[in-house]
Design a protein around this ligand. Structure first.
Ligand code: PRX
Length: 631
């Protein structure tokens, strides 16, 4: 069965799971939250977090959709993620357990992490970083990435993490867009036994940038790199002299925490803005309730800190909860497809949160590999990034979770900051559905007039109300924020995530996929416009269109259609060169799986490329209504 097909199977949690869960009864908590949303969050925020000064208004909706939460409060997410744990037993607990691709291991306690963050915050201050500055972070999946993020937050600077798989051009675009003056990077990152030379790419970006002044370089791979005097500094040199005493900045709840770029429908990625107070409260609460986080858990979110999943659920919310978070540098199948199962056994991991792509990738090696290891510590599993097809869900459930660990399929976005639709451990599961809203979240599936669709009908997913960790705007572009997320159902004031979905008789929601020109490859968002503009920046290409096609492992792969400029031969070598060119412009994740050369592209009379026609042709499907086709 394909993803999104509504399956009839229901999996009920064991009595043991229900009785031990933080929230044993979804309905009563959800009813309470829906009846009094602000009262609900007010109570949670007061009971579970420390604030330097209280708020006077829980939710300010007077200038909606520019919502504000915990207005008037003073806090800093780092106070809750680190400072407050220095007075409890958490101080001596492992905050981050890091394992490198090659098997090197580092266990960093809360005390040690705090010390590193204090020192690095002083380094940043010494280098002239002040509140409100944007610091770009371009690193691998190593503890220093978390240290850098937390150090920025501690002094009130915003971080902008750029995934280490992006190219120097993509990095440059994000540095320039955010006018970032400081970059933190590594000499290199380990990837399948080879070094990805992040410093070399950072240098290319730095040399072209009009805003960047300084670069701090963490040593990871120890290969030779070029350092420019006065611009480039070694992290270890600066850290050696830095004081480990550092005050956490007293910020307002609505002060900016970070921006994170994500793909949209234009060629220009959007800088999604999150703030301290609401993001802290929502991400920490969702992690605690959905994954039933307890003091003794070993939590593994197998994402990269370069994406929102890593920001919210590797770095911030586990630390705010005082949990132990695993960080693994490598890919699931290197040097062996047993790597993940080795880690689960070695560290006694109790909760594993990953993507359908990773599950399908491991599933193809068969169920013998997970069987070789003791995975009995796992008590809960999670999935994120794309719809999970029931076959992968069932494999994960049976062979990884030993048919006893429920799977939390969490639907959310960079924009939402935290889980929006998700089961809780006590909720009956249906493979392929992210079930219903987190308590207080009101998702619905509607037609274009905003009427709820009937069970089984496809419609547009909307969220009917604000939540604490919602994006505050697109940094520097309020207009685009309004247009992108709030214009489709402006009258009703609903948030529109650009996903299509169905609902079933029980009110469970089944996400189908993106409605806009965004392709979800292996759980990563890529804009068709971004890839097309990379293709046409190659001198051989006159016009380009890309579409997403179904793939057994990655969910979706990219196929490109190009019209070449006269005088260019449409050879396989050119196809390869274009794939490499996209890799250089954006990053390897955006490389088309294949490139086809065509004489024309289907367009509307107004000149808009009809990608759905190309896609239908590729899939041998009915091309549908062609009345707007020009030719
Ligand atoms: O289409 C949805 C899909 O991923 C999009 C958000 O992508 P991004 O901002 O990169 O964040 C990914 C990780 C939170 C959504 O609009 N998506 C995410 N999770 C799910 C999903 N689709 C179906 N089921 C999910 N659990």
């Amino acid at each position: 069965m394909a993803a999104n097909e509504m399956s009839g199977d229901v999996y009920y949690p064991s009595e043991d799971i229900v009785n031990n869960a933080h929230i044993p009864d979804y309905d009563s908590v959800n009813d309470k939250a829906v009846a009094d949303l602000t009262g609900f969050w007010d109570e949670i925020a007061k009971e579970n977090f420390e604030w330097y000064a209280p708020w006077h208004t829980t939710l300010d909706d007077s200038n909606a959709p520019f919502y504000k939460w915990f207005v008037g409060a003073e806090t800093n997410i780092v106070h809750n993620a680190l400072d407050r744990h220095m007075h409890t037993a958490t101080r001596n607990k492992a905050a981050i357990i890091f394992e490198g691709e090659g098997g090197d291991e580092r266990i960093i306690t809360y005390h040690q992490l705090n010390r590193l963050v204090c020192k690095f915050s002083n380094v940043l201050r010494d280098q002239g970083v002040v509140k409100g500055d944007v610091v770009t972070i371009y690193m691998g999946n190593i503890p220093e990435t978390a240290v850098a993020m937390l150090a920025c937050a501690k002094i009130g600077a915003m971080h902008s993490v750029v995934f280490g798989g992006f190219s120097s051009e993509a990095l440059l675009g994000r540095i320039e867009d955010s006018k970032s003056k400081m970059l933190i990077t590594c000499d290199g990152a380990w990837r399948r036994g080879k070094i990805v030379d992040l410093k070399a790419m950072a240098t290319v970006a730095a040399e072209k940038s009009t805003s960047l002044e300084k670069m701090i370089v963490v040593q990871r791979t120890n290969h030779d790199v070029e350092m420019k005097d006065g611009r480039d500094f070694w992290y270890h040199d600066l850290m050696a002299d830095a004081s480990d005493k550092s005050e956490t900045a007293r910020l307002s709840s609505e002060d900016n925490l970070f921006i994170l770029y994500t793909s949209g429908t234009t060629g220009r990625p959007k800088a999604i803005l999150h703030t301290h107070g609401g993001y802290m409260v929502y991400t920490a609460t969702t992690l605690k309730w959905v994954f039933d986080l307890k003091d003794e858990d070993v939590w593994w979110c197998a994402a990269d800190p370069g994406w929102i999943t890593g920001h919210s659920y590797i770095v911030y919310s586990p630390l705010v909860n005082g949990a132990t978070s695993i960080m693994y540098e490598g890919t699931p199948d290197y040097p062996t497809p047993e790597r993940w199962w080795q880690l689960v056994q070695k560290y006694g991991i109790t909760i594993l949160y990953t993507s359908p792509t990773a599950i399908r990738g491991l599933m193809k090696y068969g169920s013998e590999l997970p069987k070789k290891y003791d995975l009995s510590s796992l008590r809960l599993l999670g999935s994120v990034g794309e719809p999970i097809n029931p076959a992968a869900w069932k494999w994960y459930y049976e062979h990884v979770g030993n048919s006893k660990a429920p799977i939390m399929d969490t639907w959310w976005q960079t924009e939402t900051g935290g889980f929006m639709m998700t089961p809780l451990p006590s909720v009956p599961l249906k493979p392929g559905s992210a079930t219903r809203g987190f308590p207080g979240i009101l998702p619905d599936v509607v037609d274009k007039d905003g009427n709820s669709v009937k069970p089984g009908e496809e419609g547009t997913l909307v969220i009917k109300g604000p939540w604490p960790s919602m994006l505050r705007t697109i940094y520097g572009d309020d207009e685009r924020y309004l247009k992108q997320y709030w214009s489709e159902f402006k009258e009703q004031g609903w948030y529109c995530p650009s996903d299509s979905a169905k609902k079933d008789e029980d009110g469970y929601i089944w996400v189908i996929g993106r409605q806009d020109d965004v392709i979800n490859v292996a759980g990563h968002r890529l804009g068709t416009a971004e890839i097309e503009s990379a293709l046409v920046s190659h001198p051989a290409v006159a016009e380009a269109a890309v579409v997403g096609l179904p793939d057994d492992v990655k969910g979706t792969i990219v196929k490109a259609f190009c019209i070449v400029n006269q005088g260019n031969e449409t050879t396989p070598e050119l196809g390869e060169a274009l794939r490499a060119h996209v890799g250089k412009e954006i990053g390897a994740i955006a490389k088309p799986a294949s490139v086809a050369f065509v004489d024309s592209l289907p367009k509307t009379r107004s000149g808009k490329i009809m990608r759905r026609v190309l896609k239908a042709q590729e899939l041998g499907e009915d091309v549908g209504d062609l009345s707007t086709l020009a030719d």
